[in-house]
Design a binder for this molecule. Structure first.
Ligand code: NAI
Length: 213
């Protein structure tokens, strides 16, 4: 994980949430909001909101609230959502196909270019116009097409090997869905998406009352 992040990761991890809530406010035609009101709907304090946004120079005027559209756009820009990212998916099984079928990513500028797999029955097929190629072609494809993000959807036993290939081919980032923390050099950013951990938090909460604590 990079250790040169300028803003704390806790703030960075809240930004997508700001973006979503502000988007919802725009849909409801709410065009101005105070830090207090925004805090209320997001479950944060007004001062935390002001502190978070001050990391980026601060927005809004004292006593006047935030311009929702402006803040939404600015946070979108800070999140880099106003750019296009060329992506590939490795592992065209259940999860790889589900991500490919999800319209939301396309709308948001994530341009899925290709999928790769090791299974001869999948290679050559297309999912939503995205071709599944042989894994042996991954490295060359990523280099030739300036792929920025590699999305790993293979079993955990194979994820490190795939990550190594992606790093060698100069991706900037890896979105890893396999339940293992793959290692990458410092100049490559990685997000390990642990869906199970979120589910286990849920089962903990279901059972907490019965625990002897
Ligand atoms: P799957 O078995 O349906 O798909 C995995 C695909 O990876 C297969 O098509 C297989 O041929 C391919 N593959 C295996 N080794 C490969 C290699 N070396 N190079 C290229 N392709 C290779 O499995 P599923 O359900 O899609 O899960 C994929 C990964 O995502 C697993 O690590 C799983 O634990 C994780 N995951 C899956 C979730 C789900 O909802 N399906 C949720 C969270 C994580």
């Amino acid at each position: 994980q990079r250790n040169s992040v300028k803003v704390s990761m806790a703030v960075v991890r809240r930004l997508p949430k700001y973006h979503r809530y502000l988007g919802e406010l725009i849909e409801k035609d709410i065009l101005r909001i105070s830090s207090k009101e925004l805090g209320k709907i997001m479950g944060l304090t007004a001062s935390q909101i002001r502190q978070d946004l001050n990391c980026f120079g601060g927005f809004g005027q004292q006593g006047y609230g935030y311009n929702v559209v402006e803040l939404y756009k600015e946070i979108g820009h800070i999140l880099g959502l106003d750019k296009e990212y060329k992506c590939v998916i490795i592992g065209a099984g259940n999860l790889g196909q589900a991500i490919t079928n999800y319209e939301g990513f396309r709308r948001e500028g994530f341009k899925l270019m290709a999928m790769f797999d090791i299974n001869p029955r999948l290679i050559g097929n297309t999912i939503r116009d995205i071709k599944i190629s042989d894994i042996s072609e991954l490295e060359e494809y990523v280099v030739d097409n300036d792929i920025v993000i590699g999305i790993i959807c293979v079993p955990k036993e194979n994820s490190q090997e795939i990550a190594d290939t992606l790093v060698k081919a100069n991706v900037r980032a890896i979105w890893n869905f396999s339940p293992s923390d793959v290692k990458v050099p410092e100049d490559v950013v990685i997000e390990n998406v642990a869906i199970n951990e979120s589910l286990y938090t849920l089962t903990y909460l279901i059972n907490e009352d019965n625990l002897d604590i």
